[in-house]
Design a protein around this ligand. Structure first.
Ligand SMILES: [Zn+2]
Length: 263
C-alpha cells in the first residue's frame, strides 16, 4: 500500500482506514520541496494532506508525518478550535467588521497578511499539536507502531537556530511578527519531547532573552488553561493570542458554538 508513492506499513494503512471511516476520504499530495515536512488543510469540505517524500526520510519518520497530519483531520471532525489570520475573513462578515475596526485603530501598523497567516498556523500548532502527539503516543501503544519524530524536531531546531542569530533586533508588534512567532516556538519546543531543548534554551537566553520570557509566560498559560479537550484548547488559544497582543491580527474560530463564533 502506498501514500504519495511511498510504501507504508499495514498498521499505518489500517489507521488511515479508521480515520477515513470517521472523516471521509483524505486526499494526499506531494509537498513542494520548500514546504514543511507536512501540512493539513480542509478545503471545500475535503481533507487534504501534503507530505514530504524525501528519499532520506526513513519509514518511521515518513509515517510520523502522515499520522500527525491525519490526527489534525480527526480534530477538525471533532470541532476543535482553529486560529486564522483575521484579514482572511470576507467583507460583510462580523469578523471582517471587527477586523476593519481593529485595523483603523492600528493606524499604519498593518501587519502583513503572510506573516499573520504564519503566526496563526504556529499558534494553532502550539496548542493542537499537544493533543495530536498524545493521540499518536496512544496509537504507538495500542497498534504497536513506532513513529520517529527526529526529522520534524531537527528541522524545527535548525530553523530556529538560524532565526536566533546574533544581531537580529526583535520587538513586539513588528511588521514580520518575528518576536511573537519566536515566543510561540519557544513554548512549542519546551512543551515537546525534543532532545534539543537545552541547546535552544541557551540560544534564546543568549540572543533573545525577552522572547524567552514571553515564551515562558505562554507556557504558563497553557499549563493553567489546558489543551486536552476542545474547550480548554479554545481558552488557551485566546489567552495566548491576547498575551501576544494580537487580538486584531488573529482570530480564534470555535466551530462548536452554533454560529461558529470567533473570539
Ligand atoms: Zn501539527
Amino acid at each position: 500500500m502506498k501514500i504519495v508513492g511511498r510504501t507504508v506499513s499495514d498498521t499505518l494503512w489500517s489507521i488511515l482506514r479508521e480515520v477515513e471511516s470517521r472523516c471521509g476520504e483524505i486526499q494526499f499530495h506531494k509537498q513542494d520541496p520548500q514546504g514543511n515536512y507536512g501540512s493539513y488543510q480542509l478545503k471545500d469540505g475535503q481533507h487534504h494532506i501534503w507530505v514530504r517524500t524525501d528519499s532520506n526520510l526513513t519509514s518511521p519518520q515518513f509515517e510520523h508525518i502522515v499520522a500527525h497530519e491525519m490526527m489534525h483531520a480527526v480534530q477538525v471532525e471533532q470541532n476543535w478550535p482553529t486560529a486564522k489570520a483575521a484579514q482572511d475573513y470576507g467583507d460583510g462578515s462580523c469578523e471582517a467588521k471587527l477586523v476593519a475596526r481593529g485595523l483603523q485603530a492600528l493606524g499604519d501598523e498593518i501587519i502583513s497578511l503572510g506573516f499573520a497567516r504564519q503566526l496563526a498556523r504556529e499558534l494553532h500548532s502550539l496548542v493542537l499539536d499537544l493533543d495530536v502527539e498524545d493521540r499518536l503516543k496512544k496509537l504507538e501503544r495500542s497498534c504497536r507502531i513506532v513513529f520517529d519524530r527526529t526529522y520534524q524536531m531537527e528541522g524545527r531546531y535548525q530553523n530556529l537556530k538560524r532565526r536566533l542569530e546574533p544581531g537580529s533586533s526583535l520587538s513586539p508588534g513588528s511588521f514580520n511578527l518575528e518576536y511573537e512567532r519566536l515566543a510561540l516556538s519557544y513554548a512549542q519546543e519546551m512543551s515537546s519531547t525534543s532532545t534539543r531543548k537545552a541547546s535552544l534554551q541557551k540560544l534564546y537566553l543568549k540572543h533573545a532573552p525577552s522572547v524567552a520570557e514571553k515564551g515562558k509566560e505562554l507556557l504558563r498559560i497553557l499549563g493553567e488553561k489546558g489543551w486536552g479537550n476542545p474547550e480548554q484548547a479554545l481558552t488557551s488559544m485566546i489567552a495566548i493570542r491576547d498575551s501576544l497582543g494580537l487580538a486584531k491580527t488573529c482570530i480564534i474560530v470555535n466551530p462548536r458554538s452554533e454560529s461558529g463564533s470567533w473570539g
